[in-house]
Design a protein around this ligand. Structure first.
Ligand code: NAD
Ligand code: MLT
Length: 327
């Protein structure tokens, strides 16, 4: 027995410690890569290339994603060494948290990193829809000078309905209030007193749909919120309503919204997120009164730095076996 143990011991001494692999599945701010580069084997994969992702996960100790990469039960099963899934942003709807937890894999995100950017994107879309900014710009660049065609509406005195009065909904409400709007909100999970502090009246969804001149969605995508604003709900709105969705695709049903726009039951929409992304073909794209952006809510230098740094620090702590505080 003795000689054999010695051999084993010496082979252990000679074995090189394996550097943990951190797999980056979507673009990450350079500052975040700097945090990881020294201690980890940082590898890159296109998270939307499913076969490449599953293969790369085979050696990953951590994976960092934004919203385009699906980390579901299959992905977790393909990653036997995985210890942490990091979401460089807010929404966790592309991560199957229950499957990760069942395997003992930690899930971290950066819940406040991009909330200002997302709220500002919703404001930008709302103003652009109110004033026909995108279609007027396209028309002018096309050699046309059509001032009356692009007559818009003011915000002052209008009722703005916020669906989901959480972090982003609150920042949105505070900012849009400065335009002299009246604010109402639908959020079954917050207290009326909290809304009142913000100068917002909490109402039921039906009342919000009937009263709003603008509706802005800030609820997460959950089993409850998929299709929350669908064909039935769009029958209740004022014809002059303008709907903004910079939260998640599918909370507003795209087909139902396209039908309502075609029938003049909705005056315009500002859409940043789609049921299926990337999205280059939507029934909404044919409307002049729709302003569409390719999921840009968090796409600012500030938000990307904050999100990337927060999750890079969390991944580093997790892989070093340290306590991971809330980002
Ligand atoms: P949050 O958790 O702080 O707030 C969400 C709010 O929605 C909560 O107050 C919650 O009570 C409410 N809510 C939950 N279910 C609801 C329902 N059925 N009806 C109405 N309200 C409901 O989250 P947040 O930081 O404000 O972010 C909201 C969402 O915005 C994220 O989940 C994400 O999907 C999206 N987001 C998008 C972008 C983007 O790039 N476009 C950027 C950041 C976040
Ligand atoms: C988020 O939930 O944080 C946003 O959708 C932004 C992103 O995915 O980058």
């Amino acid at each position: 027995m003795w000689p054999r143990r010695a051999v084993l011991d010496s082979s252990k001494r000679e074995a090189k410690p394996v550097t943990p692999v951190v797999l980056i599945a979507e673009e990450l701010a350079p500052a975040a890569l700097d945090v990881l580069a020294h201690d980890f084997d940082v590898r890159h994969v296109d998270g939307t290339d499913r076969a490449a992702l599953l293969s790369a996960l085979g050696e990953a100790d951590a994976v960092i994603v934004r919203s385009a990469t699906q980390i579901d039960a299959e992905a977790i099963a393909a990653a036997p060494r995985l210890k942490v899934v990091a979401r460089a942003g807010v929404g966790l709807d592309n991560v199957e948290v229950a499957a990760a937890t069942a395997r003992g894999v930690m899930v971290v995100n950066a819940p406040t990193s991009n909330i200002v950017s997302a709220a500002e994107q919703a404001i930008a879309l709302l103003l652009a829809v109110a004033r026909n900014t995108a279609s007027a710009s396209a028309s002018l660049k096309n050699g046309e000078w059509k001032r009356s065609r692009y007559t818009g509406v003011e915000l002052q005195g209008k009722t703005v309905g916020v669906v989901g009065l959480g972090r982003i909904g609150t920042l949105f409400a505070q900012r849009i209030a400065a335009f002299g709007t009246r604010l109402i909100a639908y959020d079954p999970y917050i207290q009326p007193a909290r809304a009142a502090q913000l100068g917002v009246r909490l109402v039921g969804l039906e009342e919000l749909l009937r009263e709003s001149d603008f509706i802005s969605i800030h609820a997460p995508k959950t089993s409850e919120t998929g299709g929350l604003i669908g064909a039935k709900e769009l029958q209740l709105v004022k014809p002059e309503v303008r709907i903004i969705n910079a939260a998640r695709g599918g909370v507003v049903d795209e087909i139902a919204l396209a039908e309502a726009l075609a029938e003049g039951r909705v005056a315009g929409a500002g859409i940043d997120v789609y049921v299926k992304e990337p999205c280059t073909d939507s029934p909404l794209f044919k409307f002049d009164n729709v302003v569409a952006t390719p999921h840009l809510g968090a796409s600012t230098h500030e938000a990307q730095d904050k999100a990337g740094l927060a999750v890079a620090k969390s991944v580093k702590l997790a892989l070093q076996g340290e306590f991971v505080p809330d980002a």
